[in-house]
Design a protein around this ligand. Structure first.
Ligand code: APR
Ligand code: ZN
Ligand code: ZN
Length: 375
C-alpha cells in the first residue's frame, strides 16, 4: 500500500536545456489537499515538450519532468478531493477548470486562471514540488509531468474518463487532437458547406480537418510543404492539397484563385508567423475567419495590412481548442468510443518511456505524427 507514502519510481528528467532526457529514479511525495497522485500508463510526445527542452520557453525551468499528453489511473488523493477516487481512469489537463474563476464562469473562454501562476513556475498550487531526484527538487511541467510513472496534479487539473477507453489512444486527447478538433468546432465554428484551408498537416492540422469534416465543410484544403502528408490527410477529411513549394507566387494568391475569392475558414497549425499571415490573407473578403493554433517562438510578431481586417477578415486564436477541459475531455473520450472521432491513425510510432529521446527526435524530423509511449 502506497497511500500517504513517498513513491520511488522511474521518470525521464530534463536536467537542462538542450540536454537529452535522462531516465532516473525519482521520489514522488504523496498528494496534499486538493491534489491527486496518478500512475501514468501512457504518454504521447508533443511540440511543447520539445520547445521547453530547447531552452526557448521563457517559463522553462530545470530540472523538470516534461510531458503533458498522458493518461493513467488514480493511485491516491489528498484531503478534500471529491471529483476522482483511487482506481479511476483519468487524464491530466494542462488547462484546468476550477469552475469559479472569471474565465470559468464565462462561456466565451476555457482559460481557467486559478493556478496559472504556480503552474507557470513549475510548482503545485501551494508553491512547492512533489518531485525530488538525487536529493534535488525537480519542477513540474504544465501542471501534468506525464514523463513519469507517477505524477501529482491539482484536482481541478484531472478529468475522469470512461473505464472502457484504451489509455494508449485517449492520451492523445490531452493536447494536440483536442486542440485542432476544437479549433474548428468551438473557435472558428465552421459551418456546413463552407470552404476551409489548413496550414500544417501534423497531428494538430489533421485534427482540424477532422473537425471541419464533422462540421460539414464542403472543401478542406491541406497546405503543407511536405507532400508525403497528403495521403494520410485524406483519411481525416482533406479533399485537396496545395504544396507552397510548387508555386512561384504567394500561396494566399493561389488559394484565392482556386476558391473564387478566398476561404471561409483558415487554420494555422505550424507556429510560423509568415504562414499565419498567409492564412489570414487567404480568407474571403467580408467574412473569412483565420484561427491561429500553432505556437510561434517567443518574441515573434504577426503582421498584415490593417486593410485586411477593415474589409471583413477576422483573426482569432485558440488554446486547447476552446474546450472547457473537465467538462469536455470525458465527452471527447466517449466520442472516440462511439467511433465519432479518429485517434488510432494519428499514432505512427509506439515505444516505451525509455525511448523518449528517440520519440522527440522523430517529432523533430517530422517522421512521426504522434509517438505513444508506455510509461
Ligand atoms: N508551410 C506549410 N507547411 C509547413 C511549413 C510551411 N512553411 N512549415 C512546416 N510545415 C508543415 C510540416 O511539414 C508538418 O507537416 O507543418 C506540419 C507541422 O506538423 P507537426 O510538426 O507534426 O506539428 P503538430 O504536432 O501538428 O503541431 C503543430 O502546433 O502544437 C503547436 O506550435 C506547435 O508547431 C506546433 C504546431
Ligand atoms: Zn477557473
Ligand atoms: Zn501539447
Amino acid at each position: 500500500d502506497t497511500v500517504g507514502k513517498t513513491i520511488t519510481c522511474k521518470a525521464a528528467v530534463a536536467w537542462g536545456p538542450k540536454q537529452e532526457l535522462k531516465i532516473e529514479e525519482i521520489e514522488v511525495a504523496p498528494p496534499k489537499a486538493h491534489e491527486v497522485r496518478i500512475k501514468i500508463e501512457f504518454t504521447a510526445v508533443c511540440h511543447t515538450d520539445d520547445y521547453t527542452l530547447s531552452g526557448q520557453d521563457p517559463e522553462g525551468v530545470f530540472p523538470s519532468i516534461l510531458g503533458h499528453e498522458g493518461a493513467g489511473v488514480v493511485e491516491s488523493v489528498g484531503e478534500g478531493v471529491t471529483n476522482v477516487k483511487p482506481g479511476d481512469h483519468v487524464m491530466p489537463l494542462y488547462i484546468p477548470q476550477c469552475g469559479e474563476c472569471k474565465f470559468c464562469k464565462s462561456p466565451k473562454t476555457n482559460l481557467c486562471s486559478k493556478i496559472r501562476e504556480s503552474q507557470g513556475k513549475g510548482l503545485m498550487p501551494d508553491g512547492t514540488s512533489r518531485f525530488t531526484c538525487k536529493g534535488q527538487q525537480v519542477f513540474h511541467f504544465m501542471g501534468c509531468s506525464t514523463f513519469s510513472e507517477y505524477t501529482v496534479v491539482a484536482d481541478i487539473s484531472v478529468a475522469k474518463v470512461n473505464d472502457k477507453a484504451p489509455l494508449d489512444k485517449v492520451c492523445l486527447l490531452g493536447c494536440g487532437v483536442s486542440t485542432g478538433y476544437g479549433a474548428a468546432l468551438n473557435t472558428a465554428k465552421v459551418e456546413p458547406g463552407s470552404t476551409c484551408a489548413i496550414w500544417g498537416l501534423g497531428a494538430v492540422g489533421l485534427a482540424v480537418a477532422m473537425g471541419c469534416k464533422a462540421a460539414g465543410a464542403s472543401r478542406i484544403i491541406g497546405v503543407d510543404i511536405n507532400s508525403s502528408k497528403f495521403d494520410i490527410a485524406r483519411k481525416f477529411g482533406c479533399t485537396e492539397f496545395v504544396n507552397p513549394k510548387e508555386y512561384e507566387k504567394p500561396i494566399q494568391d493561389v488559394l484565392i484563385e482556386i476558391t473564387d475569392g478566398g476561404l471561409d475558414y483558415t487554420f494555422e497549425c505550424i507556429g510560423n508567423v509568415q504562414t499565419m499571415r498567409a492564412a489570414l490573407e487567404a480568407c474571403h473578403k467580408g467574412w473569412g475567419v483565420s484561427t491561429v493554433i500553432g505556437v510561434a517562438g517567443s518574441g515573434q510578431e504577426i503582421s498584415t495590412r490593417p486593410f485586411q481586417l477593415v474589409t471583413g477578415r477576422v483573426w482569432k486564436g485558440t488554446a486547447f481548442g476552446g474546450w472547457k477541459s473537465r467538462d469536455s475531455v470525458p465527452k471527447l473520450v466517449d466520442q472516440y468510443l462511439e467511433n465519432k472521432l479518429i485517434l488510432d491513425d494519428f499514432i505512427t510510432h509506439t515505444s516505451t518511456l525509455n525511448d523518449v529521446n528517440n520519440a522527440l527526435h522523430l517529432m523533430h524530423t517530422g517522421e512521426s505524427i504522434r509517438s505513444v509511449l508506455k510509461v
